[in-house]
Design a protein around this ligand. Structure first.
Ligand SMILES: O=C(O)CCC(=O)N[C@@H](CCC(=O)O)C(=O)O
Ligand SMILES: [Zn+2]
Length: 336
């Protein structure tokens, strides 16, 4: 296997490779760009015009997606997987990955779309570098752009695998992309309805990619991910990479559940209290009238929406950040 296939090993050891560019026997070029960043380019004659960004480890303790990208890279470096797409592999927060922590000082996934400029520290610099790497990668004209930012969740979930689809004024969510996600094993998609500061929102909003955050199960340490079944996603990614994806039928989206954001619950102060059991699962339903949270100056978050469910409840976030998302079921009538 080519040494650059060991991007994860290099990243975990904090090392730069001696050789920055290597070629497989089939002429696939692997190029190390920066810590945790590697570009794969097929020979020109095989290139099918897709630019695919695969990122993981934006949160350092979310190891199943990192292991998945590591397997894909090994297959490419051995010549077992023969790309027809250009690919950028990114391990988002190398220092947090080495320490097995979600982040060190600041959550990198709250520092995109301008946020890193309002703060300082190594994670702000990394978010800036990730934006630059993504922008350079997606700068070639007339190509299809796709970004999957892979995550696992802090808690268990009534729906294990789901995607979050960013929003941009004047742009419609794509039914074709939802069909692709369904084929990749996603059971639900959350359609955003306002701008956001996460990585997938940056590539969707600023770089015109079709972009998604994918949640694949519960976060566990390296080597303990047997409970996270990524086989459908892995198969689909290999097909996307090799240009062998079976045609997608988009009718009915095969039972894919769609949700939209009703409200983001923002923690405003240290007085914030979330009235949920510590072990509550994502997608748990909340009854109308339920007092979900309380904050400074007697402010209360009361459930008003019928069929509301909670995802990513987390009272430990910093003040000013999202402490949960209230979602409601929606239909496919506004898809492009
Ligand atoms: O389990 C949790 O509370 C968080 C899991 C996670 O890291 N999710 C992403 C979602 C990003 C998005 O909103 O698209 C995050 O919170 O950064
Ligand atoms: Zn995450």
């Amino acid at each position: 296997m080519l040494a650059l296939g060991k991007l994860l090993e290099l990243t975990l050891a904090g090392r730069e490779p001696a050789e920055k560019t290597q070629l497989t026997v089939e002429g696939v070029r692997m190029r190390w760009l920066s810590e945790g960043a590697l570009e794969v380019r097929p020979p020109e004659a095989r290139d099918n015009g897709l630019d695919l960004l695969l990122s993981a480890g934006i949160h350092g303790n979310e190891t199943a997606p990192i292991e998945l990208l590591d397997r894909l890279l090994h297959d490419i470096a051995r010549g077992d997987l023969k790309p027809r797409a250009r690919i950028l592999f990114l391990f988002g927060n190398p220092e947090a990955i080495r320490r097995g922590e979600r982040f060190i000082e600041q959550d990198v996934n709250r520092l995109f779309n301008g946020r890193h400029e309002q703060t300082s520290g190594s994670e702000a610099l990394r978010a800036c570098e990730l934006e630059r790497l993504a922008a350079t990668f997606f700068s070639l004209p007339d190509r299809n752009r796709l970004h999957y930012d892979l995550h696992t969740a802090i808690r268990g979930s009534k729906i294990e695998q789901f995607a979050l689809y960013p929003w941009k004024e004047g742009r419609q969510h794509s039914r074709q992309e939802l069909a692709r996600l369904r084929a990749a094993g996603m059971e639900a998609v959350l359609l955003q309805n306002k701008p956001s500061i996460v990585f997938s929102s940056y590539t969707y909003d600023k770089l015109d990619a079709e972009s998604f955050t994918l949640e694949l199960g519960k976060a566990r340490p390296f080597g303990q991910n047997d409970g996270v079944n990524v086989s459908l996603l892995e198969t689909r990614l290999k097909q996307i990479i090799e240009g062998t994806e079976p045609p997608m039928t988009d009718e009915g989206l095969d039972g894919l559940k769609l949700f939209s954001v009703a409200r983001e619950v923002i923690k405003h102060s240290d007085s914030f209290r979330l009235n949920l059991p510590a072990d509550i699962e994502n997608f748990s339903e909340l009854k109308v009238g339920y007092v979900l949270a309380e904050d400074i100056a007697n402010t209360r978050w009361v459930i008003e929406e019928k069929g509301a469910r909670i995802i990513f409840p987390n009272p430990k976030v910093k003040n000013g950040l999202r402490a949960g998302i209230l979602i409601v079921p929606t239909t496919d009538e506004n898809l492009a």
